[in-house]
Design a protein around this ligand. Structure first.
Ligand code: GAR
Length: 222
């Protein structure tokens, strides 16, 4: 990838994962990475305020338009920012196929469960953790995967397990998983930016060095 890897984020909610990316990459120690902008799926999303405070550009997908119009808007905005990597961080809309194809192997999503369980259409935010608790699952976690045309489906880069404790309410499972997300997502983005991981032509994820599992990764603060 380019000398400075330009990272764009798509989000719908409060944007704590966007913040984790900003905290990791918008600092002097990471001069070769830049969070260049965030696209919110709706006006009023908390992530927009975070972007303003971080001095990161933002845009909002115009409401009530067609998939085609959404695709044109996303493609234009991402190209305008010269985005190398696109990160879905709590983005609740399906990304149009043209956008996925234009960024194939360079577009990631984070999901708050261990895919392929507890993912897919309608499985976002609190609903995921409610489904995990209702199913009596003992382990959940976070997954980062390459995006394809379906919700929460493409090839998996990395996952991190989180225990579900006896009597755990969904909100405490959510909080435990979110903490893990804030470490896993920047690590996955860095791995892609540095070429440590890539999506091969056969559709498989290839790691040259699984550093997210290394001592260094688990011992990292923040
Ligand atoms: C995160 O938990 C993310 O994994 C989830 O939305 C939340 C956004 O939180 N994404 C999905 O459920 C995708 N299916 P944030 O706005 O604080 O980053």
């Amino acid at each position: 990838m380019a000398d400075v890897v330009r990272i764009a984020v798509l989000a719908s909610g409060g944007g704590s994962n966007f913040q984790a990316l900003v905290d990791r990459f918008q600092r002097a120690e990471a001069p070769d990475r830049e969070v260049v902008g965030v696209i919110a799926s709706r006006e009023g999303a908390g992530v927009l305020e975070r972007a303003r405070r971080a001095g990161v550009a933002s845009a909002v997908v115009p409401a009530a338009r067609s998939d085609e119009a959404d695709a044109t808007f996303l493609l234009r905005t991402l190209a305008g920012w010269r985005s190398d990597i696109v990160v879905l961080a709590g983005y609740m809309k399906l990304v149009p196929e043209g956008v996925v194809r234009a960024h194939w192997g360079r577009i990631l999503n984070i999901h708050p469960a261990l895919l392929p369980s507890f993912g897919g259409r309608g499985m976002y935010g609190a609903r995921v953790h409610r489904a995990v608790v209702d199913a009596g699952a003992r382990v959940t976690g976070a997954t980062v995967h390459f995006v394809d045309e379906a919700y929460d489906r493409g090839p998996i880069l990395c996952q991190w397990p989180v225990p579900v404790l006896e009597g755990d309410p969904p909100a405490s499972v959510a909080a435990r998983v979110l903490k893990v997300e804030h470490r896993l997502l920047p690590a996955a983005v860095e791995a892609l930016a540095s070429g440590t991981v890539r999506l091969a032509a056969d559709g498989r994820v290839r790691w040259s060095r699984e550093w997210f599992e290394s001592e260094r990764f688990f011992n990292r603060e923040g």
